[in-house]
Design a protein around this ligand. Structure first.
Ligand SMILES: Cc1ncc(COP(=O)(O)O)c(C=O)c1O
Length: 393
């Protein structure tokens, strides 16, 4: 589907729909009239097939206690296998209302208060919050910054794992906000290190369908033909892929039966809900029929990314737009143009943009902004022009 066709069919005005991104901007940023490019959801309505499946259920009109239909498992496993060559068996899957909630559950299930948990920074900031709020010790390794990308610093990771007695590693794959899709080799090195050091591995793969560059996605479950499965838990969801975040349905995938037993026990203790039927109906319809919609959205994201990159390159070459392999989030270094201390003021008060500021993702993100590209080219043009005006000031 062309960019124009996708935008014509699916772009909608989200103002006054209780959208966090569009309707909570004033409260969160303390300024009104900002163009919102922050929260990681998309400004596009779902595919016709998802709406039809939801309508059918709504028209039935009964919302009694529900179970996960067998067809949901089939649709998800088929999607993972056909789109990414990942084997997922039905009995490995558990459900949760969100990926961050699953991370919190896994932290409690796999570690004790005071245990060290490692992440790579800059990273999606709820990783830091969920570790600290559960009274675990946060251990960070900075990603190695290159001209327009990043690498993992395996030596640093190894040293800190040993020194801090790290028990659990939480990886972001693809990595928000830096846009990397980790290669099979990079993941193998990391997984092997964790195996040798007896560090459990949780892989947050929520962005795994959002492949913007040419690189294929490798799940931690698929590395070396599944060699690391027993040490690995994957959390993911249809929510980023098909824009379903509000429907609160996500997956925890555990090939290791001992993890599953501990997980079930922990969830029973919490009496925690396992997603909900509306989220599952939407997810199933999307896995079955959503490929064209997803490919259409990815075309829009690629188009928006190229526009931002070209425009900034021509009008302000010192602003560095990082490579985007995965996610719909552009990571832009403005530190050579705007003093990091003045960044928030200029972006909010002068450019009138609500973006995510890099410092929220860790000290290493200072001076950067993260721009959500899952919106119309018209919004991206407005935002880029507003940015350029300030950068050229
Ligand atoms: C890496 C990552 N994990 C988790 C989430 C949020 O997932 P959920 O809404 O299911 O908690 C996001 C959302 O931006 C994310 O980027």
């Amino acid at each position: 589907m062309s960019v124009e066709e996708f935008v014509k069919r699916y772009a909608v005005d989200r103002r006054n729909t209780d959208s966090v991104k569009w309707d909570a901007t004033d409260e969160v940023f303390g300024t009104d009239n900002l163009l919102p490019l922050w929260v990681a959801d998309a400004d596009f309505k779902v595919s016709e097939e998802v709406t039809a499946a939801l309508k059918k259920r709504i028209e039935h009109g009964v919302y009694g206690y529900s179970k996960t239909p067998a067809s949901y498992y089939e649709a998800y496993c088929k999607w993972q296998s056909e789109r990414h060559n990942i084997e997922v068996q039905r009995d490995w899957i558990r459900f949760s209302t969100g990926v961050v909630q699953s991370l919190s559950t896994l932290i409690n299930m796999l570690t004790q208060p005071g245990d060290a948990i490692m992440i790579l920074q800059p990273v999606y900031y709820p990783f830091m919050n969920v570790i600290k709020r559960n009274d675990r010790r946060l251990v960070t390794s900075n990603l190695k910054q290159k001209a327009t990308s990043y690498d993992m610093d395996l030596n640093d990771i190894q040293q800190k794992i040993k020194k801090e007695h790290v028990k659990l590693f939480i990886n972001c794959s693809p990595h928000n906000p830096i846009g990397r899709v980790w290669s099979s080799k990079e993941l193998e090195d990391l997984l092997e290190l964790c195996r040798q050091e007896k560090v459990l591995f949780v892989s947050d793969e929520i962005h795994h369908d959002l492949l913007v560059g040419k690189k294929p996605f490798t799940s931690a479950l698929a590395v070396k033909n599944g060699f690391y499965r027993d040490n690995t838990v994957v959390v993911d969801s249809a929510s980023k892929t098909f824009n379903l975040a509000a429907l609160q349905n996500s997956h925890v995938v555990m090939p290791n039966p001992q993890f599953r037993e501990r997980y079930d026990h922990y969830m029973e203790r919490l009496a925690a809900p396992a997603g909900n039927i509306i989220g599952k109906i939407a997810g199933e319809a999307a896995y079955k029929n959503g490929a064209a919609w997803l490919d259409g959205m990815l075309n829009v994201v690629r188009n928006n990314y190229e526009y931002v990159k070209d425009t900034l390159h021509k009008s302000c070459p010192k602003a560095v737009v990082y490579d985007l392999e995965g996610t719909y989030l552009a990571w832009i270094d403005l530190s050579a143009v705007i003093e990091p201390e003045h960044l928030e003021y200029i972006i909010k008060k002068k450019a009138h943009l609500a973006v995510s500021f890099g410092s929220a993702f860790g000290e290493a993100g200072k001076g950067f902004i993260r721009l959500n590209l899952a919106t119309t080219p018209a919004n991206i043009k407005l935002a880029t022009e507003a940015l350029v005006e300030q950068l050229q000031h």
